[in-house]
Every structure is written in structure tokens, then in C-alpha cells.
Design a binder for this molecule. Structure first.
Ligand code: NIG
Ligand code: FE
Length: 401
């Protein structure tokens, strides 16, 4: 089915113009693919279409990509938030057995239906703001059985909602209590269960948390080697609380992305640039943990490293469900430009997932796009606490908000 979407102000993010801007634009979708995008006056003559939609003049952007979330988990950590406000640090809480471990206990105790229902509500909240591609990590199950359960629930979300879900196995997120004092044995176990998860079709990429409160670079390397043996791409939670050299390690495995990166060194920047690894910045976690060390945005720009932004939704360090708020925070906290922020949740977010078929409005790309009650794309980063999403089109089909 060919549909002509007329009367839009297009931020295509393709071509040399700032924002890939087309003031009086139109899009032609054919099934789930964009066939044509450009100025309405330049539409090919004699075009035959099955349907025509007058969008009424709003801003249209590519569908948003949230390339880093931990959406499937049980419970919540509001009490930990209170403790942090009273002076306890994220590290202290983690070392005392709270933090990620408390979410692991709540996740294991929850039924599949409970996990699915809560993750579905969260996905719907993100989608209401224009998200059409979502990455979901495991990492709160931390056993073969519970990691598989969480990844299956993530896959089910992708089947039941008008949404692309990419799954990432983050079994090396924290040490489960049954492996206390035996981190290397736990990494052996993770490397041993990864092939079965992969064979079950549950894994698109493999991630780890390389940090002094989580896993060492040597342990991270073993997880990456296991991923490499299966032909799976890797990503890394790197340099969030300290510089462990994780980004350079991940880049040596041609990582799709390194995420967080507040403590990223100049060597890490160089290694990521050489490997084509995307930097995923997570302003929600920076804000919520009241961090003060800024990621090296200018060094990343200078080196030509693509910068993506994501919600990092999780119950411990970023319990927010607004990707648009991340655009605003990336500008106010990290001094990114509004255009960089939009590219961060579209083209660069897609690249952080290894997806090259989305993130711009151009022929051949997936027909995922959003119409906003806005006149200019700089407003996406400007307003906050308000949802201007008017219409969502996923794979060429209007899905409602
Ligand atoms: O991306 N950094 C590690 N993992 C999560 C937080 C997990 C948690 O606190 O539950 C993050 O910030
Ligand atoms: Fe994360």
C-alpha cells in the first residue's frame, strides 16, 4: 500500500541542510518503507497512490529510538532514593547488598505476567512520546532461567506492540548473591549460558557493567570473547563511576556502543573513534545520581564519534520514562545542541543498535515517523514536562499516540 503524507515540515536529518530541513514537505511510504521524501513541490509527476493523508502542517521527524533501557524488572527503589538524599552513595548502597541486587530479588519473585504488564506500561509511556524502536537489556535475572525469562518478555513486547524491540543480554550486570565472592565463577556461568540464550533467539547484543562495583576489564573481556564466538555484537556500560579503560577494551571488540562515559579518557575517545563505536550518553542517570563529572562531549565531537542519547530507564539510576526529557537534559547538562540531541535519539541511536534502516527520513528507510504539535525541531529539546507528540506512524501504519 502506497500512502502519500502531505503538508509537513520535515526534519529529515538527511542531506547537508541543518536538520535536513524541508519547509513544505511530503513523504511517500510503500508498505513499511519510505520511497520518497522531500519538498512537496518536487513530488514526481503522475504519482499513483492508494491513500493520501493531509498532515495539516506539523513538524515531522523520524521515529525516536531509545537505544539503552532496562525496562523489564520487578519492584522499585524509592527507599534507596531517600537514602541517597540522606547522604548514602550509589556505591555504598550497592556494596551493602542493595541497589541492583534488590531489584534482582524483586524480579525473581515476580511472575511472568507481572513482569510483562509492568514493562508494557513503561513501553507505552515511551511510545506515547514518539518512540518506535526500543532496546531492552536483561540484567535483573542473573541466572540462566531468569535472564531467559526477562529476554522472552522483552521479545513478547516487540510482538504485541507496534514497536521494534532489540534485546541485549546484560547478565554481567552485578554478582548474584549465590556467587558471593566468586565473580570469576559467575562469569564462567554467564559465558556458559549465553549460547543457549542465543540459540533460543533471545539475544541481539551482549553488554556488561565494567566498574569497580561490578566486573573488571578482564572479566568483561571474557564475556566479550563468548559473544564474539557466537558472532554477537557487544556494548558496554563503561566509565560511569571511574575510568576502567572499558571503552578502549570494548572498541577493540568493535563494540556497537559504549554507554555512560562520564570518566572516559582521551585514549578511550581515540579508540572509539577508530572503531566506529557510538557514544551513548545517559543524562537521566547523571542527573538522578547527582553526578558532577561531565562526559567529554567536545572531545567526542572533535574525534567524530557519533553521540546517541537514551533514557537508561531502570529503577536505580534513572527511573524516568521520557526520552524527550533526555533531549532537554543533554542540552542543559551536557551542552549538546538541540540538533545533536535529536540526532542522538534517531540516527545515532539506531547506529548504537547496529540498525541502518532507520533514524532519517530518506528513501529506503523504514517508514517510522512522528508528527509533533510543534513548528520547529529545536522545540523538541526546549519544552519539558509536556508531550507534543500528535501522531505516530510505525512501518507505514498510523498507530495513534
Ligand atoms: O545503567 N550502571 C549500571 N546499570 C544501570 C543501573 C542499574 C541499577 O541501579 O539498577 C545503569 O545506570
Ligand atoms: Fe544502563
Amino acid at each position: 500500500m502506497k500512502t502519500l503524507w502531505r503538508n509537513a515540515r520535515l526534519a529529515t536529518l538527511a542531506g547537508p541542510e541543518p536538520w535536513g530541513w524541508v519547509e513544505h514537505g511530503a513523504l511517500l511510504s510503500d508498505g513499511d518503507t519510505i520511497r520518497w521524501a522531500g519538498a512537496q513541490a518536487a513530488l514526481p509527476a503522475g504519482l499513483q497512490v492508494d491513500a493520501e493523508v493531509d498532515l495539516g502542517g506539523p513538524l515531522v521527524t523520524p521515529g525516536l529510538v531509545d537505544c539503552h533501557t532496562h525496562l523489564v524488572y520487578g519492584g522499585q527503589r524509592a527507599r534507596e532514593f531517600e537514602l541517597r538524599l540522606q547522604g548514602a552513595s550509589y556505591e555504598q548502597i550497592a556494596r551493602a547488598g542493595g541497589g541492583i541486587r534488590s531489584t534482582v530479588a524483586a524480579t525473581r519473585a515476580a511472575s511472568d505476567e507481572q513482569l510483562f504488564a509492568s514493562a508494557r506500561q513503561r513501553a507505552l509511556a515511551l511510545m506515547a512520546e514518539g518512540v518506535s524502536t526500543l532496546e531492552i537489556k536483561s540484567g535483573y535475572g542473573l541466572s540462566a532461567e531468569h535472564e531467559a525469562r526477562c529476554l522472552r518478555i522483552a521479545r513478547r513486547l516487540g510482538r504485541e506492540l507496534p514497536l521494534t524491540v532489540r534485546t541485549t543480554c546484560l547478565s554481567a550486570h552485578a554478582l548474584p548473591p549465590e556467587f558471593d565472592g566468586r565473580a570469576d565463577d559467575y562469569i564462567d556461568a554467564v559465558c556458559a549460558w549465553l549460547p543457549a540464550l542465543h540459540t533460543a533467539g533471545l539475544v541481539d547484543a551482549v553488554d556488561a557493567f565494567c566498574e569497580h562495583i561490578a566486573f573488571t576489564p578482564a572479566q568483561t573481556r571474557r564475556v566479550f570473547e563468548a559473544a564474539q564466538r557466537l558472532g554477537l555484537p557487544v556494548k558496554l556500560h563503561a566509565e560511569q563511576l571511574s575510568d576502567q579503560g572499558g571503552a578502549a577494551l570494548a572498541a577493540s571488540f568493535h563494540a556497537l556502543s559504549c554507554d555512560h562515559l562520564e570518566w572516559l579518557s582521551a585514549d578511550g575517545v581515540r579508540a572509539m573513534a577508530a572503531a566506529g563505536t557510538v557514544a551513548v550518553l545517559l543524562p537521566g542517570a547523571f542527573y538522578f545520581l547527582r553526578e558532577t563529572k561531565l562526559p567529554p562531549v567536545q572531545a567526542l565531537r572533535d574525534a567524530g564519534v557519533p553521540i546517541a542519547l537514551a533514557s537508561d530507564h531502570n529503577p536505580g539510576s534513572s527511573p524516568g520514562l521520557s526520552l524527550l526529557l533526555m533531549l532537554n537534559m543533554a542540552c542543559t547538562l551536557f551542552r549538546m545542541t538541540p540538533e545533536e540531541a535529536l540526532r542522538g535519539v534517531t540516527a545515532h541511536g539506531a547506529r548504537a543498535l547496529g540498525l541502518h534502516d532507520r533514524g532519517t527520513l530518506a528513501p529506503g528507510q523504514r517508514a517510522d515517523f512522528v508528527a509533533w504539535d510543534l513548528a520547529h525541531p529545536n522545540e523538541l529539546a526546549y519544552w519539558f514536562g509536556h508531550n507534543p507528540c500528535r501522531r505516530r506512524i510505525v512501518a507505514g501504519v498510523e498507530t495513534g499516540r
